[in-house]
Design a protein around this ligand. Sequence first.
Ligand code: TYD
Length: 271
Amino acid sequence: MRAFDPMQKSETVMDRGERVETARPEEKPIGTTRRAEQPLGTACQGATHDVLTSQRAEKWRGFFIALEGTDGSGKTTVLDGVKARFAAAGLDVLYTREPGGPPISEQIRALLLDPDNEAMAPMTEALLYAASRAQHVQEVLRPALAAGHIVLSDRYVLSSIAYQGAGRGLGMGTVAAINSYAIGGLLPDLTLFLDVDPREVLRRKARRVAADRLEQAGDAFFENVYNGYQQVLEKTPGAVRIDATRPAEEVIQDAWETIEESLKAWRSETA
Ligand code: TYD
């Protein structure tokens, strides 16, 4: 089943297992190049930067936002708040997520997060995340951006670099290399990172029970993930840190203002 068809007036994308209908925005003329060439991962020693940016620059008309953060950073709450702001502003947005999105990627998600798959090797995990992403790029992201949509993905490639590269210890350069095949040069226009110190995340985590395989990983793992994010964000243009230790409403407002500002720049480029 195709989850997204750029020829349709509206399309359905899997969002947290629910089907979401979105109307297509007005056709926009192809404006300036939405660059895919970003020096992502120059902080990650060696090849990270080159491998992710070695693909040709792509032209697309849409605007691609990725929302990133460690587990327990309040990403779901912020996402809900941002969705409400987009709706109030009358803007159509295609919401999607990783791992997941189209049905094949959702099947890979189930494998990845199944607590019974304790024996999964880190490299298997990294390749499955990349496989899920490749399908997501091919079936949802690329067609949506080509059609001029605003797309917001709950996680994207920085998650793999932080979780598998730094958290699982595969090396950020290695994971970037794997993912360069998966994304083929398609990088976000704006990456929002919800920044919460790992010690605060631990305090938040103590209040709830781990639900999936990744959430069951130890505290040192999450500290490494956080540090991995910090390193890769340093050298990621289009990445904005949002202090997510503040009350939810403030974090949402900050995220929204950052999005609005970037959208304004995008509109003036594509006008
Ligand atoms: P999910 O329930 O969607 O958690 P969250 O709300 O934190 O996004 O589970 C996704 C898990 O997968 C989360 O622990 C982060 C992890 N993950 C990776 O390890 N690598 C990746 O590339 C992605 C996209 C997610």
